[in-house]
Ligand binder design. Structure first.
Ligand code: ZN
Length: 136
């Protein structure tokens, strides 16, 4: 039986690790025509948001090599880094994830680049995809 998707659930943003925001930005801004959104640096990464019709594309550039994005790019090159889903109730969603055996990286939610509470789920328990959950 098909269950309905929770009301507020949506893709909030897709994080893309890049070597250089300056090099990556023109494709999204000039070629695809996306509007830029200012975002605060987080986890040792500069972030440039681009409006993809509601959800954002977030270009993530390491401020230092020894940071999550710096290590990711060194290991795998530029690539999609994570997908962020907005949920109605972050604490309830994290409880469901834990109960299902998913590995929650952030035991307690913290504040992300958009100023909302976030938590990451480890890719080892989500089929290889780093997933971020945030509040709708
Ligand atoms: Zn994110």
């Amino acid at each position: 039986m098909r269950q309905s998707t929770p009301k507020g659930l949506r893709i909030a943003h897709v994080g893309i690790a890049v070597r250089s925001i300056a090099e990556a930005l023109p494709f999204y801004r000039e070629i695809l025509g996306m509007r830029e959104v200012e975002l605060a640096p987080t986890d040792g990464a500069r972030i440039r948001g681009l409006d993809a019709g509601g959800p954002l594309i977030e270009l993530l550039e390491a401020e230092e090599e020894d940071s999550p994005i710096g290590r990711f790019v060194a290991r795998r090159g530029p690539a999609i880094h994570h997908i962020c889903f907005a949920v109605d109730d972050l604490d309830a969603a994290l409880d469901r994830c834990r109960a299902a055996g998913a590995r929650v990286i952030d035991e307690a939610p913290r504040i992300g680049a958009e100023g909302k509470r976030i938590a990451f789920l480890h890719p080892a328990s989500t089929g290889g995809v780093l997933i971020e959950l945030t509040e709708a």
